[in-house]
Ligand binder design. Structure first.
Ligand SMILES: *Cc1c(COP(=O)(O)O)cnc(C)c1O
Length: 370
């Protein structure tokens, strides 16, 4: 089976995890600090706070900004549900904005229509590892005095105008789930240049604990969103090979482009001169007359794993019913949800795999038309 994605964990990392477990210091030890420092260096940012998941990272980011009941937060309609769920969970309302079919990120021309006095923040998503248009998003946020939390869960290493995503907004959130470029099993991180925000995040991930002049007290209602030290060791070792991982993914994406871009019923990802795409997912759009779901089944029969890319959140039962949303409110999100296809990508994929996958896709198209 050619898997959709597969973690790339070195023997060195596995040996180090064994050492951590033998040491008996399992939670928030030396490796948590080392991992945080390596993330700061890589992104060129002052603070990194590792937590138990990408969702936990987004949740804490909203808590730190005191976003609450009565507030609204702008979220792209096409993303993983966690982006909007955390807004619901702090009692605020996610307001969905449609995406572009070129980069699958929020359509900046549609944001201002959704802003009102209740709007407090924008959460742009760097979907599939492609940077959203951060210059325009920051301009809109400044104009209306909104905070920006970047959902960079799948975009570690992606760049906009030569700057790493996650570093443009007040906070940037990343995930280390096994589907992402580096993984700690479950895990995430919040990055920020704001020291005060950083110390509040540290407090909130650790039960609201504060240590002033040697005196320990609990000064907010926090959570336990800490990362274990063996997970941090896993992340720390993968940071060393992250750039190789991205280089490999870019090369594989070029091969997909070569093989697939001439097929008339397929739209391959666009390449933007001002952005660095890291291809967390290689996502194509299938023309309306070809049935995407039967293509998924066909590929599976030939031992190739493929899946839908992301969800149109206004179409999910929860958001449709809770906020009275219309199914085709965000047409581009709906198109991407219905016709998008994620193909295998990662260090486990070779040029030959891509030729094989492409051969079957092409054959499917010819059979379908005849
Ligand atoms: C993966 C992902 C998340 C959630 O991260 P977890 O670590 O699985 O909690 C949130 N947003 C986006 C865009 C993601 O891709």
């Amino acid at each position: 089976m050619i898997r959709l994605s597969k973690p790339n964990i070195s023997e060195e990392a596995i040996q180090e995890i064994i050492k951590v477990i033998r040491s008996g210091y399992l939670v928030q030890g030396r490796y948590v600090n080392d991992f945080e420092e390596s993330i700061c260096n890589y992104l060129n940012i002052k603070n990194a706070v590792v937590v138990s998941s990408g969702t936990a990272a987004l949740h804490l980011a909203l808590m730190v900004l005191s976003i609450k009941d009565g507030d609204e937060v702008i979220v792209p309609a096409f993303t993983f549900p966690a982006t909007a769920n955390v807004v619901e969970l702090v009692g605020a309302k996610p307001v969905f904005v449609d995406i572009n079919l070129t980069d699958y990120c929020i359509d900046i021309t549609k944001i201002e229509d959704k802003i009102n006095p209740r709007t407090k923040a924008i959460i742009p998503v760097h979907e599939f590892g492609q940077a959203a248009k951060m210059d325009d998003i920051i301009n809109i946020a400044e104009k209306y005095n909104l905070k920006v939390i970047e959902d960079a869960a799948c975009a570690l290493g992606a760049e906009f105008n030569g700057r790493k995503v996650g570093t443009f907004g007040e906070m940037g959130c990343f995930s280390f789930h096994p589907r992402k470029a580096i993984t700690t099993g479950e895990g995430g991180v919040i990055v920020t240049n704001n020291d005060e925000v950083s110390s509040k995040l540290r407090m909130l991930r650790n039960h609201g604990i504060s240590n002033i002049d040697g005196k320990t007290d609990f000064i907010v209602a926090g959570l336990n969103y800490r990362m274990t030290d063996f997970q941090a060791a896993l992340g720390f070792y993968q940071m060393k090979t992250l750039e190789n991982e991205i280089t490999h993914r870019v090369k594989m994406a070029q091969e997909y482009g070569k093989q697939l871009s001439n097929i008339k019923w397929i739209k391959t990802p666009e390449i933007f001169k001002d952005r660095r795409m890291v291809y967390q997912t290689y996502h194509i759009l299938i023309d309306g007359y070809i049935r995407r779901n039967s293509l998924i089944q066909y590929l599976k029969k030939h031992d190739i794993e493929a899946n839908i890319g992301a969800h149109a959140l206004n179409c999910t039962k929860y958001y449709r019913e809770k906020h009275n949303l219309i199914y085709d409110d965000n047409p581009n999100a709906l198109i991407s949800y219905k016709r998008g296809l994620a193909l295998p990508m990662g260090s486990h994929i070779s040029l030959n795999d891509i030729r094989e996958i492409s051969k079957y896709i092409l054959k499917w198209g010819v059979d379908y038309e005849n």
